[in-house]
Design a binder for this molecule. Sequence first.
Ligand SMILES: [Zn+2]
Length: 473
Amino acid sequence: MLDFTGFEKISDFLYFFENVSSIPRGSGNCEGIAKYLVSFAKERGLYYMRDSANNVIIKKAATKGYEDHAPIILQAHTDMVIAVEDGFGSDIHTNGVTLVRDGDFLHADGTTLGGDDGIGVAYILAILNSDTISHPAIEALFTADEEIGLIGADMLDFSKLRSKRMINLDIDHEGLFVVGCAGGRRADVTLPITCGESVSSCYSINLFGLAGGHSGGDIDKGRVNALIALADCLKKIDNVRLVSFSGGDAGNAIPRSASARFVTDMDESELCEIITSHFKTYEEAEKELDFRFSEITGEMYAFCTEESKNALDLIINLPCGVVEHEEAFPTRVKTSLSLGIAALENGALTLTYELRSSSDLSKEALARALENMATSRGASIEFSKDYPGWEYTGESELISTMRKTYVDMYGDEPNVITIHAGLECGIFSDEIEGLECVAMGPDNYNIHTTAECAFLPSVERVFDYLKKVLESL
Ligand SMILES: [Zn+2]
């Protein structure tokens, strides 16, 4: 046990966090932690259920005086993202995490801390273990493999739960209450492109150095999409005939680079000027943007002018970016789409988009609009990887109670918002009709990196707060 002098008030929490941290639990490896949770429940004579996805439910009866209060789900995910410092000796996959205390901060030796979401797991265990905290009946839900596509939540049998209210403990910022999140859907748009001829030389543009970012959380930050910026540039070139066009690494990231090869009748100096002045227009928004322009010789295939123009028009004219904001939170994005990957190969241009919305109806409407625009331009569209959003429908009783408890304790209003990214709460609110849910947690910085560190005074305050909320439910 580490020396946690000064944090005796949360010694129970720290004990369980150390236990949880010692168990290897990278995503896809949740068996060990599931077994641990089951033995925790057995030792205390609590009801438990473990399923084939390694989700675990533990139930604890209401304490005295709370027997007729409505039950509550406390939820956290058991898996963690594993990142390891270069040259780090120990194997986190077999040894778990080694905790290091540095004053008020807690981090791991050479790896991610796994505070996301080990802190949530340990909070719940400390509450289940306590015989001094007052609370209504608790359904503790520990989900597996959240970080690799909400897999546990997706496979959960929801008939095992009876609560209609839930606190999710997967947020890394104290005072932030998340009350809605985006669902998503992937769209692959395919435009056949075939007609053309062989050429013996062409020009090449490589565009790089753009900021990029998360295609949900960063979609309203004015980041330039490299694929669209490059297509816009090529549209300015007379009689452009594409040889290649590609860019982007992931459907859920704003592309930071793109490249194209093309043929044109324009002379090189004029071409150079068009390209340079085009990319200069992004100067303000993208400080690190840079490009390389060159001529390449060799046998290659250039598509005809008309099909090249159609392809560029498709990239430029299909919508990309913020579609609408939340009615209740005018600064928060409700619906968006982002072009993430483009590839011109095997006789077709393929464009991969990520659609997001907290409203499943808005997401569906956006999908239909994109489909109409794509098909009217001769392209086909395929949808996949759909997951539901969590729509904010007004202040629930749970939010009110948590808000009031927060004001009483902190003397300040909490920051109640929706986020434009996926959370397990999307699946929960889809599966449990009328679910009231709030997602929260303490300050835990640099998650998913080896610099991840939890701020212990915040961990302590949030635990205190959580106890007060349970008492007032
Ligand atoms: Zn998490």
